[in-house]
Design a protein around this ligand. Structure first.
Ligand code: ZN
Ligand code: ZN
Length: 256
C-alpha cells in the first residue's frame, strides 16, 4: 500500500471507525493494520468455532459435507458447498454476519467472507481435480426491492470477490424476472418452490462459448434456506450447460 493510501485509510478509520460485522463493537485497536478487518477477535473466534460444526446426517464438518438436498439433485446440481449453519430464531455470529452483509456494503466485510468462500471452493476443486481455469462463477441475484433498499447484492459481491481471489472467471448469467419479486421470504416450502422458478430467467449469454471454455459452473448464494432459489437457477442451466453445476453458500439455516 502506498503512503498516501495508508494515510487515507488511517484517516478514514479515525473518522469512520470500522465496526465488527457481528457484534458492532468498534475495531479501533486495528487502526494501523494494513488490512481492514471484518470481525473483532472474539467474534472471529466464534466464527472459526461455528465452522467446526458437523452435519447431522453424515457427521462430517460442514465444509466437507457433501449431502445434497433432493430439490437440488433434481435440478441437476452436483454438490452444495456450505461453511456454517445457523438457527434463524437464535442470535449467533453467523446470523449477524449475514445480516450485516445485507445491510452494509463494506469492503472489509466482503473481502473477508469472499476469502472464506474461496478457501471452501478451493478444497472442492482440489478434491475433484478441477482447475480454476475451467470454472465459471455466477450468483443468484437479489430481488429488485431488496436491492433498492440496501444498494448491495451480497451474493454478487461474494461471488465476484471469490472469483477474483481464486483467479476464476465471473459472469452474470441470471436476471430477476420482472414480477414475482416480493413475498418470497414469507412463503412456506412448497409455495417457495412454485414461486422461485418464475422469479429468475437467463441473462443473455452465449452458452456455446461457455460450454467450450468451462467444465464447472459455481452458483453462489449467501444463505441456503429451502434451496428453492438455487434449484430454480440451476434448472435454467440444466439443459444448456454440459458441465457440473455446483452451489456454494456461506451458510445454511437449520430450521428448514
Ligand atoms: Zn465482534
Ligand atoms: Zn452431510
Amino acid at each position: 500500500m502506498s503512503v498516501e493510501k495508508k494515510c487515507l485509510s488511517v484517516l478514514r478509520a479515525l473518522f469512520f471507525p470500522p465496526r465488527c460485522a457481528a457484534c458492532g463493537e468498534f475495531l479501533q485497536e486495528h487502526i494501523l493494520d494494513t488490512e481492514s478487518r471484518a470481525l473483532c477477535e472474539s467474534c472471529r473466534r466464534k466464527w472459526e468455532y461455528a465452522k467446526l460444526a458437523v452435519c447431522k446426517k453424515c457427521g462430517e464438518e460442514l465444509s466437507r459435507c457433501r449431502c445434497l438436498p433432493s430439490p437440488l439433485r433434481r435440478a441437476g446440481v452436483s454438490a452444495l458447498l456450505k461453511m456454517v449453519s445457523y438457527d434463524k430464531e437464535r442470535d449467533s455470529v453467523a446470523k449477524q454476519c449475514i445480516l450485516c452483509m445485507k445491510r452494509k456494503n463494506s469492503d472489509a466485510v466482503f473481502g473477508f467472507f469472499s476469502g472464506q468462500l474461496a478457501a471452501l471452493l478451493k478444497g472442492y476443486l482440489d478434491e475433484t481435480y478441477t482447475s480454476e481455469g475451467s470454472v465459471l462463477v455466477t450468483y443468484v441475484p437479489r430481488g429488485r426491492k431488496n436491492l433498492l433498499k440496501s444498494g448491495v447484492d451480497q451474493s454478487e459481491r461474494l461471488a465476484k470477490g471469490m472469483a477474483e481471489s481464486l483467479g476464476c472467471d465471473f459472469a452474470v448469467l441470471i436476471e430477476r424476472g420482472l414480477r414475482h419479486d416480493k413475498e418470497h421470504k414469507r412463503m412456506g416450502g412448497d409455495a417457495r418452490f412454485a414461486h422461485a422458478h418464475k422469479a429468475f430467467r437467463l441473462a443473455s449469454c452465449d452458452f456455446k462459448a461457455i460450454n467450450k471454455s468451462y467444465r464447472c459452473l459455481i452458483l453462489v448464494d449467501d444463505v441456503v434456506t429451502t434451496g428453492a432459489s438455487l434449484a430454480a437457477c440451476a434448472r435454467l442451466f440444466e439443459a444448456k450447460f454440459g458441465g457440473r453445476i455446483v452451489c456454494l453458500s456461506l451458510a445454511r439455516t437449520e430450521n428448514t
